[in-house]
Design a protein around this ligand. Structure first.
Ligand SMILES: NC(=O)c1ccc[n+]([C@@H]2O[C@H](COP(=O)([O-])OP(=O)(O)OC[C@H]3O[C@@H](n4cnc5c(N)ncnc54)[C@H](O)[C@@H]3O)[C@@H](O)[C@H]2O)c1
Length: 326
């Protein structure tokens, strides 16, 4: 099985590459090669029993060889994320829309249509805190990133209908706890309120304790990506998008879980007001009925406390090392 990860140097791309390297198989089939692509050539995962080729470049000008003949699965994770796409309209359109178009063009050249797993986002919906969304809810995003993701989903569904690829788009929840440093996603604070106190650092919280968020863990997101790459798509019909079963949690519940794992850690939270950010994240829905994803076999989410403990287990030490924290 020949696999390409676009955005292979990012947070989820690296986790996915590490998982593929550790298992050596995808859907029971031995992995023959892995291509990683990002703005800068990503490092190969440790311990891979198959050849790994890394390329650096711009998704919108996708270099030849990133999706070569014989590619079976493309994970399309490369993106300009929410707050950055809102701040820089041209860049967001270039990468999130034209970049996805370049992926379609590369797949059209292949003799056998590959499975393409695309990471869309719940930011492709509006509705805000009070909405309960189901699989037929119309996408009406409150920001350019969400609009670009929704547009990309449609292009990929149409490319599947035309037989250029066999796409599955996952509208991912906000993934917590993101390791490393704060990033340019508007949702950055949702991870920061867990990660920074566990590092012993103070951080800002721009919403109140009752604010609800639709979240998933990195472990669960990688499970879903792998499932999307290997599932039977024959029952999907024209609709190639799925809302995987994340969980709805209140900020107050997150802080309580944080304190359970590290007593008193939430005292490092500074409550601040950020009206511009609130305007964007306030449009994101936090409650979904995910019946369709369950019918396709996407696994249910683990409890919140496990998510915090998994961060400590998987990512706390590497994050400390990356940031030079003793
Ligand atoms: N992490 C989340 O909470 C979350 C939630 C919903 C959806 N998503 C989506 O999941 C995917 C992965 O998210 P992530 O958290 O790993 O993001 P990330 O920012 O860590 O990774 C995205 C990668 O895309 C790369 N990239 C950006 N522009 C590029 C270009 N022009 N050419 C090539 N590569 C480019 C970046 O360098 C980065 O490494 C993204 O598509 C994101 O929109 C993430």
């Amino acid at each position: 099985m020949n696999i390409t990860i676009l955005g292979g140097g990012g947070f989820l791309g690296r986790k996915l590459a590490n998982r593929l390297a550790a298992e050596g198989k995808l859907g029971g089939q031995t992995i023959s090669s892995l291509i990683l692509f990002d703005l800068a050539a990503p490092p190969a995962p440790a311990g891979a029993a198959f050849p790994v080729h890394s390329f650096g470049g711009d998704l919108a000008e996708l270099p030849d060889g990133v999706i070569p003949a014989g590619t079976d699965v493309v994970f399309h994770l490369a993106a300009v994320v929410s707050a950055q796409a809102e701040a820089d309209y041209e860049l967001g359109r270039r990468v999130n829309v034209r970049g996805t178009d370049a992926v379609i063009d590369a797949c059209r050249k292949l003799a056998k249509p590959p499975r393409v797993v695309f990471t869309s986002s719940i930011a492709s919906y509006g509705g805000g805190q009070s909405a309960l969304l189901d699989d037929s809810t119309k996408q009406m995003p409150g920001g350019s990133y969400g609009a670009q993701k929704a547009a990309a989903e449609l292009f990929l569904s149409d490319a599947s209908r035309r037989g250029f690829m066999d796409a599955v788009s996952l509208r991912l929840p906000t993934i917590i706890v993101r390791p490393g440093r704060p990033n340019k996603a508007a949702s950055s604070f949702i991870s920061a309120i867990m990660r920074e106190p566990l590092l012993g650092l103070a951080t800002d919280l721009p919403v109140d304790d009752g604010f609800k968020v639709w979240v998933a863990s990195p472990r669960r997101a990688v499970e879903w990506l792998i499932h999307a790459a290997t599932m039977d798509t024959s029952a999907m019909g024209l609709d190639r998008s799925v809302n995987p079963p994340g969980m709805s949690v209140k900020i107050g519940e997150m802080l309580a879980a944080l304190d359970t794992v590290r007593q008193g850690a939430s005292s490092l939270i500074n409550r601040v007001s950020d009206p511009a950010l609130m305007k964007l994240v306030g449009t994101w829905p936090a409650n979904f009925n995910t019946a369709r994803a369950s019918s396709f076999g996407f696994s249910a989410h683990e409890p919140l406390l496990d998510v915090v403990r998994a961060f400590v287990e998987d990512d706390l030490a590497p994050t400390k090392a990356e940031r030079g924290i003793a």
